[in-house]
Design a protein. Structure first.
Length: 271
């Protein structure tokens, strides 16, 4: 895929991107930095996170990595303070960190539920609440802080063997809408929107492909890739960069009249 042209659409803004060591989060962090943002990447994977931040700096961007478990409340104070101390007030938060699980409900455990909820729901809740604290310190006559919550097409429609994952992503969708209304009614300078990727060609998607092989639906990961691609009207899998482009739009002032919206990036998969 060709490198998109950059125009400084979010130049000078401070952004936090969680789950940024790989996949969609890494692509979002790189695109934001290329467009002039100062980016704090967070993740549990310290080695890959540091490498991603280093690659951004090597490409001429401004980035730092900080290890974070998004489900730990105290960690959010540390992350916000670090970003503000180094880069300035928070303008953008991308709640991207997430876990995936494909398992029939009878085989799912309460531990599975708690593990996915901790990251996919608690992390989004804690991050969004921290962003609201930042928004309270912002001028009300300037650009609003933009919170971008990563949900999924699994938050829009059901699919076999993903009941727990769908539960968490559906929660993110409606949480986003409720907080968007709460901020607007309180006059808080903060917009909140959700992004719903389809099956993207990322590490997480490769788990889905392997599951298709394990379930005997296809004979190889390559066949699984073709099977998934053909289920999309556009006849291909999406990429992390496709999602990054959508996140960039929501981070920029081009989307200043968007709040509580759900942007679906799925090549027509849910039509």
């Amino acid at each position: 895929m060709s490198t998109p042209a950059t125009t400084g659409r979010i130049a000078g803004k401070t952004a936090i991107v969680t789950g940024a060591a790989r996949g969609i989060g890494a692509a979002i962090a790189a695109r934001f930095a290329a467009e002039g943002a100062r980016v704090l990447l967070t993740d549990l994977n310290e080695a890959e996170g540091e490498a991603r931040a280093g690659a951004i700096r090597q490409a001429g961007g401004t980035a730092r990595f900080l290890a974070q478990d998004v489900a730990v409340e105290a960690g959010w104070t540390r992350v916000v303070q670090a970003a503000e101390a180094e880069f300035g007030p928070i303008d953008i938060l991308v709640n991207n960190a997430g876990l995936f699980l494909a398992r029939p409900l009878p085989e799912s455990t309460l531990e599975d539920l708690h593990r996915l909820c901790a990251v996919n729901i608690d992390g989004v809740f804690l991050g969004t609440r921290a962003a609201m604290d930042c928004a309270r310190r912002r001028p009300t006559d300037g650009p609003r802080l933009s919170v971008i919550n990563l949900s999924s097409v699994a938050g829009l429609k059901g699919a076999s063997n993903t009941s727990i994952y769908s539960l968490t992503k559906g929660a993110v969708r409606l949480f986003t809408k409720a907080v968007a209304l709460e901020c607007a009614s309180a006059g808080l300078p903060m917009r909140v929107n959700s992004v719903h990727p389809g099956v993207m060609d990322t590490e997480m998607a490769r788990e889905v492909m392997q599951k298709l092989v394990d379930d005997g639906l296809v004979t190889s990961p390559g066949e699984a890739r073709d099977f998934i691609a053909l289920r999309h009207p556009l006849k291909r899998m999406g990429t992390a960069e496709d999602v990054a482009a959508t996140a960039l739009f929501l981070a920029s002032e081009e989307s200043s009249f968007y709040t509580g919206a759900e942007l679906v990036v799925d090549g027509g998969f849910t039509l």
